[in-house]
Design a protein around this ligand. Structure first.
Ligand SMILES: [Zn+2]
Length: 268
């Protein structure tokens, strides 16, 4: 089955991963800007990173007939440095006309600090002013419920934000309704151990339905599986879900969200 991985950090993966993903049916990926494993020392480092996301990765993916899209921001982990964050945010507009850019992301919170909240709101302001989609990172483990609540509050209090143009990622059992009930899209991240395993993700789909919900591997520097979406496909089949339902989750849904981007060019 053809599928889309809407959240994967290909910068951290080898070229063989693209090949294996293509062999498993991957036709498109989207890569949010994130942490590099260390705090970058200057805005110039982000300028190079944005070039990597908008120039190099689309070419590497194209060798395997995979479409590569990206999202731009300074991630929540580095957003504690407000001065650097503002320098990076000022760089983003020059990249917003690149054809593979879908919007601003993954922005959000990491430790739920006031500085992170300030930088989050400045990114939202940039996105709204440029009519861009927004992709949101929610914190891990014990910070997740509080952080997701803070994010939803900031977004719903900004009258300019249209929830159907925002995807809240890394939802779990205790945060999925907060995203869906407020009209946002949401993403479940399939990790081998933390976040959602494919089995837990299918439990959530069976409980909350398949509207405005996507799944991704978030393949990154940590222990993660770039073939996690095909694993979910197998788990849904094992439980007897119709092919059309599986296809909606792994293909139609991410495509419907991406299509709202003003630069979207259809390729189906
Ligand atoms: Zn990520």
């Amino acid at each position: 089955m053809n599928y889309i991985d809407p959240h994967i950090h290909m910068i951290s993966r080898v070229t063989d991963d693209y090949q294996r993903m293509a062999q498993c049916g991957c036709v498109a990926v989207s890569e949010p800007a994130f942490w590099a494993g260390f705090d970058r020392g200057s805005a110039a480092a982000f300028h190079d990173y944005f070039r990597h996301l908008t120039e190099f990765e689309p070419k590497r993916a194209a060798q395997f007939h995979i479409k590569h899209y990206s999202w731009l921001c300074i991630n929540a982990k580095e957003a504690e440095n407000v001065k650097l964050s503002r320098e990076v945010i000022a760089l983003i507009p020059e990249f917003l006309n690149r054809p593979n850019v879908l919007g601003i992301g993954e922005i959000g919170l990491n430790k739920n600090t006031p500085n992170e909240a300030t930088v989050f709101q400045e990114h939202v302001d940039l996105a709204v002013k440029h009519d861009e989609l927004i992709l949101i990172h929610t914190p891990h483990l014990e910070d997740k419920a509080k952080g997701t609540r803070m994010i939803v509050d900031m977004l719903t209090h900004d009258q300019r934000v249209r929830p159907e143009r925002v995807l809240i990622d890394h939802v779990e059992e205790h945060t999925v309704r907060l995203a869906l009930d407020n009209g946002f899209w949401c993403g479940m991240t399939l990790y081998p151990t933390t976040k959602c395993t494919p089995e837990r993700a299918v439990d959530i789909l069976e409980r909350y339905g398949t509207e405005r919900i996507c799944v991704n591997s978030a393949g990154d520097w940590g222990k993660s599986n770039p073939l996690a979406v095909p694993e979910l496909i197998l788990e849904m089949r094992r439980r007897g879900h119709a092919e059309s339902v599986i296809h909606k989750v792994v293909y139609d849904n991410p495509l419907a969200f991406f299509r709202q981007s003003k630069r979207w060019v259809d390729w189906q």
